[in-house]
Structure formats: C-alpha cells, structure tokens
Design a protein around this ligand. Structure first.
Ligand SMILES: [Zn+2]
Length: 131
C-alpha cells in the first residue's frame, strides 16, 4: 500500500462514494425520463454489497444515454476495489505512488502523472500503433 494515511484514504473514499451516488442519481433520472426505469429499481433493488457491481447490472440496459455515467461508475467501483485490496494509489504502469494531491483531483486515477502524460502523447499521435 502506498504511503497514504488513514485520513487521506478516508477523504478519497468519501469523494468516490459521493461521486458514485451522484452518478447513480443521474442514471436513475435518465432512465426514468426514457421510461426504462422499470428494468431496475436503483433505489431499493440493489444493495451496496462488496461483490455486486451496479455498473455491470446497468450495462445490460440498452440505455446509451447513460454510458458515460456507467463507465465512470465502473472506474469508481474499480477504485473502491483497489482500496479494499490495498492497491489503491499505486501506478498500474510503473508501480510508483500516484500521490495524494493527484488522487484528490482524480480519485479514480490508475496512473502517475508521468505515465498518464506518456499514454496521452501516444494516443494523441497518428492514431496508429507505432509498432
Ligand atoms: Zn507511473
């Protein structure tokens, strides 16, 4: 586990939870608007157990209007899983600490700034793999 204090983890967990609730509300509103809310009872049907993925459940819906939210919910669920498994805050590319300030700005970040910048540069190129 990278060098994050309990307090820092607590703040990041709260930020993730808050963002997740907001996205869930957006999805619910959108589904109600589009008449798809009868597929799923977001408010009471699914409880927040550790293994249950709301995003997976929602991705079965044909609601393209909520794809962005569902993708972000998936990122948040992944971050929450990393917190539980003590892997949170570690860059997936190089294994160094992502850093609290960056995590506070992007709680779902999986890369340190160096690796993220590198990745963005690669994808910003010709759009073709450089191999
Ligand atoms: Zn890195």
């Amino acid at each position: 586990m990278p060098d994050l204090t309990k307090t820092q983890i607590g703040r990041l967990t709260a930020a993730l939870d808050q963002r997740y609730r907001l996205l869930k509300e957006e999805v619910q509103t959108e589904l109600e608007r589009s008449g798809e809310s009868n597929y799923i009872d977001l408010a009471g049907g699914v409880h927040d157990t550790a293994d249950e993925s709301m995003a997976d459940l929602l991705s079965d819906l044909s609601a393209e209007s909520v794809h962005r939210q569902i993708n972000e919910m998936r990122d948040i669920e992944a971050a929450q899983r990393r917190i539980r498994e003590n892997e949170y805050g570690e860059c997936v590319e190089c294994g160094t600490e992502i850093g609290f300030e960056r995590l506070l700005a992007y709680p779902t970040a999986t890369r340190c700034i160096a690796c993220q910048t590198h990745k963005e540069k690669m994808f910003a190129g010709s759009g073709r793999p450089s191999l």
